[in-house]
Ligand binder design. Structure first.
Ligand code: TXA
Ligand code: MG
Length: 315
């Protein structure tokens, strides 16, 4: 482990992090969802270093983190629906995929060949302080090797990426625990759910009405939808009510014999916050993990999405 990379976040370490980013280096930082692997989004070499550090396919575009909607408007074009969503949920765990402005200084690599950019204003105070200190937007995917479980602590980042990152700002465990909800728009302007996440579908539908599902079979609209992802080494079996020999149980609600319980009181926010750390913990204990059924409403949709990808056949 590379403990020396982990720095308790304070004014001095945030300033140092901003300086490293300015030099084109990679700095991991906490957001309210998961830890991000940050780089100067206007520096092509720095953005390329993110893809190399994560071993991420170059066709998978990155989220650009900005302070607020005014800053986002310098890079992308908001529709009326997109504006209402940003006003309702920013800063917070919502990402909007919007048409790229021709003259934005953002590196073309963040879009991975698409004509759109994903933008998000995080609410975590350390993420906000780092973006402000840097003075440029930060491209930041989750700070884990591509395909593995996302990090919710600084230690998870160090375990996964080690010296591929120059510094890890430690802000403790991330409060939401699943990544942001990614919303795109069809050519007719209707809002599409590209990835369920920290803002529940119900909250978004209150603002823009029913979300459409992206057309399947067509080109991949959000490459993060590629099915196997978030995979621990252990095999996963979902909607399990009991274990078979060789399995440990990841429980939810008032269930007996669980090795770990996502939320004994059946609270989906608590379950989301615990999900990735508990998958990691059980991964070291058994060859197979059985998971209790999780309701599909609220944050349950994002939790079930991550579990289904973790259980999907590996490439
Ligand atoms: O909560 C989060 O979103 C975290 C924190 C660090 O902000 N970031 C994160 O990034 O989860 P990443 O790279 O692991 O996931 C970004 C997702 C991927 O599914 C990617 O395909 C999609 O957003 N995405 C990014 N840009 C896109 C674009 N222009 N069009 C469609 N999908 C896009
Ligand atoms: Mg990720």
């Amino acid at each position: 482990m590379v403990q020396d990379l982990i720095c308790e976040a304070d004014a001095a370490t945030i300033a140092r992090g901003a300086e490293l980013l300015g030099e084109g280096q990679l700095v991991a930082f906490p957001t309210e969802t998961v830890y991000g692997l940050g780089a100067d989004a206007t520096n092509g070499a720095a953005v390329a270093a993110i893809f190399a550090a994560k071993d991420r396919p170059r066709i998978n575009p990155l989220i650009v983190h900005i302070r607020d909607k005014a800053e986002a408007e310098t890079h992308v074009i908001f529709s009326e629906a997109a504006s209402r969503l940003a006003e309702a949920f920013w800063p917070g765990p919502l990402t909007l995929v919007l048409p790229r402005r021709t003259h934005t200084p953002l590196s073309l690599l963040v879009s991975a060949g698409l004509e759109t950019v994903a933008v998000r204003a995080p609410s975590h105070p350390l993420a906000r302080a780092l973006i402000a200190a840097a003075g440029f937007p930060l491209a930041a995917p989750s700070a884990n090797p591509s395909g593995s479980v996302s990090p919710t602590t600084a230690r998870h980042v160090a375990e996964g990426l080690g010296r591929r990152v120059a510094m890890i700002l430690d802000g403790g465990a991330t409060p939401v625990g699943v990544e942001s909800t990614v919303i795109g728009f069809s050519s007719q302007g209707s809002a599409l759910m590209l990835r369920p996440g920290g803002v529940p579908r119900e909250a978004i539908e209150k603002i823009v009405g029913p979300l459409a599902v992206p057309a399947s079979g067509g080109p991949v609209t959000s490459p993060g939808q590629l099915s196997s992802h978030y995979a621990p080494r252990a095999r996963l079996r979902l909607n399990a009510t009991e274990t078979v020999p060789g399995e440990v149980l990841l429980g939810f609600g008032s269930i007996e014999n669980a090795a770990l319980n996502l939320s004994r009181k059946g609270d989906l926010s608590e379950a989301a916050a615990n999900l990735f750390a508990m998958l990691r913990a059980l991964d070291t204990e058994a060859a197979a993990i059985a998971v209790s059924p999780i309701p599909e409403h609220g944050l349950g949709e994002a939790i079930n999405d991550r579990l289904q990808r973790a259980a999907a056949p590996r490439p």
